[in-house]
Design a protein around this ligand. Structure first.
Ligand code: NAI
Length: 254
């Protein structure tokens, strides 16, 4: 039986992925800071649950070791836990900026370190990191968040090459807006939330995101985008960078 350990599996995209893989008969492990939500998800899916703050390097080992001890293998680590703070740069406090870096970047790095021995020991294993389309272009209103997702993309690109010698595949999943509680994130300096930025934009379902993660677990590519809008933005930012930049500036100037 194949197994996947999902950080942030108590909610949103992580929970939808947990359900998707459980339906296919995988053994699920969930690590989340939200213990109530995690226990609820674990009881629904007969999953292993480990209270985990991804920032806490010391907790990662026991969380993964306990899961792997049960089934003897780790096919996929889904580094999914993440947070966002929305607002112009000066509206997001330095403490809120730190928190995003600590969870979104250091949390993912901690996960890669902790999972490596288990992934090495499992033939055909994969490390899947959830970045964002905000990691494809510098996203106004989400500057620091966007920077953390560029970091996750960079890490994934490098590890994809490095881990090939261990037989481990690495994928980076980049969702466009997906309907989850993260859309209600704001910051200390503004009443606006990410949801305001979704006006006029498509918002995809968690099931669509879970389907892409399923493909990332089985495919051989490195980058997986959730949503047609994300693919269009990747194209525009890559091939029409000046036009794309002017459009973003015009939108921010109102
Ligand atoms: P969500 O808020 O529904 O779920 C995030 C989960 O991470 C929650 O269960 C939360 O308790 C957990 N978490 C937060 N901090 C943690 C920590 N320190 N340690 C362990 N767990 C922690 O949000 P969503 O949307 O499901 O986010 C999942 C990932 O998808 C994140 O990395 C996010 O940046 C990314 N993403 C989401 C998009 C969206 O529009 N929903 C778009 C692009 C990327």
């Amino acid at each position: 039986m194949r197994s996947i350990f999902i950080t942030g599996g108590a909610s949103g995209i992580g929970l939808a992925a947990a359900r998707r893989f459980a339906r296919e008969g995988w053994t699920i492990g969930i690590g989340d800071i939200d213990e109530t939500g995690m226990r609820r998800a674990a009881s629904e899916l007969s999953a292993y649950a480990a209270p985990l703050d991804v920032r806490d390097r010391g907790r990662w080992g026991p969380a993964l070791d306990g899961f792997v001890a049960q089934i003897g293998r780790l096919d996929v680590l889904l580094n999914n836990a993440g947070i966002a703070r929305y607002g112009m740069f000066e509206e997001v406090s330095p403490a809120e900026a730190d928190l995003q870096v600590d969870i979104n970047v250091k949390g993912v790095i901690n996960g890669a370190y902790a999972a490596l021995p288990h992934l090495k020991a499992t033939a055909g294993s994969r490390l899947i990191n959830v970045a964002s389309c905000a990691g494809l272009f510098g996203s106004p209103g989400l500057a620091v968040y966007s920077a953390t997702k560029f970091a996750v993309r960079g890490l994934s690109e490098a590890l994809d090459v490095e881990f090939a010698r261990h037989g481990i595949g690495v994928a980076c999943v980049m969702p466009w807006f997906v309907e989850t509680p993260i859309l209600d994130s704001g910051s200390a300096g503004t009443n606006r939330t990410i949801r305001d930025a979704t006006a006029g934009q498509p918002v995809y379902s968690v099931d669509e995101a879970a389907e892409v993660i399923w493909q990332a677990a089985h495919g051989r590519e490195r980058d997986y985008i959730v949503g047609k809008a994300g693919r269009q933005v990747r194209f525009a930012s890559k091939w029409m960078p000046e036009r794309f930049r002017r459009r973003l500036k015009a939108a921010v100037m109102g």
